[in-house]
Design a binder for this molecule. Structure first.
Ligand SMILES: [Mg+2]
Ligand SMILES: [Zn+2]
Length: 175
């Protein structure tokens, strides 16, 4: 049976963007991120992380570094009783021309092969234009997380200041 998922960007959505984070100790959740994930889980959404990590293609961190970061991320979430169903990342350099770097939809396509996704009932939450473009191209509801007002508006279905607000809108919107 198909299920609802929320696809989440990582940097400046789930955790604070530290610019090519390499040290697992540098993980810092964005405001009310855990609260938002709790609400989505309680409402029955699956949670899948979709993240561009070109720092690998640029030689700024290794795949092992990223594995360690995501292991700690999962550990920190587990302490709150939370889990991600999957983490997909694009390790490529922007000039590699891959089909997975957002706004390309390769990671979403892979997620749909691995999980029974009800696309019409699922959503993409992210801070960047690439997140919103990818989500829209795939037919997902889109929510732009804008941690401060200085960021541009990318024309998502909804603008939220944090993940808890994004979750509230998603759970309460008319259908
Ligand atoms: Mg981001
Ligand atoms: Zn890629």
């Amino acid at each position: 049976m198909r299920q609802r998922y929320v696809f989440l960007d990582r940097d400046d959505t789930l955790i604070v963007d530290k610019q090519y984070l390499r040290d697992p100790a540098g993980i810092e959740f964005t405001p009310r991120a855990l609260e938002g994930l709790q609400r989505l889980r309680a409402a029955g959404y699956g949670l899948i992380l979709i993240t561009n990590q070109s720092g690998i293609g640029r030689g700024l961190l290794t795949e092992d570094d990223l594995t360690a970061i995501h292991a700690r991320l999962r550990d920190l979430l587990a302490r709150q009783g939370l889990a991600l169903d999957a983490i997909y990342y694009c390790p490529h350099h922007p000039q590699d021309g891959c089909n997975c770097r957002k706004p390309a939809t390769g990671m979403l396509e892979q997620a749909c092969r691995d999980f029974e996704v009800d696309i019409a009932q699922s959503a993409m939450i992210g801070d960047s234009e690439a997140d919103i473009k990818m989500g829209r191209a795939f037919g997902l509801t889109t929510i732009q997380l804008r941690l401060d007002d200085s960021r541009p508006n990318h024309g998502a279905d909804y603008l939220a200041t944090d993940l808890a607000e994004a979750a509230d809108w998603l759970l309460n919107r008319p259908r």
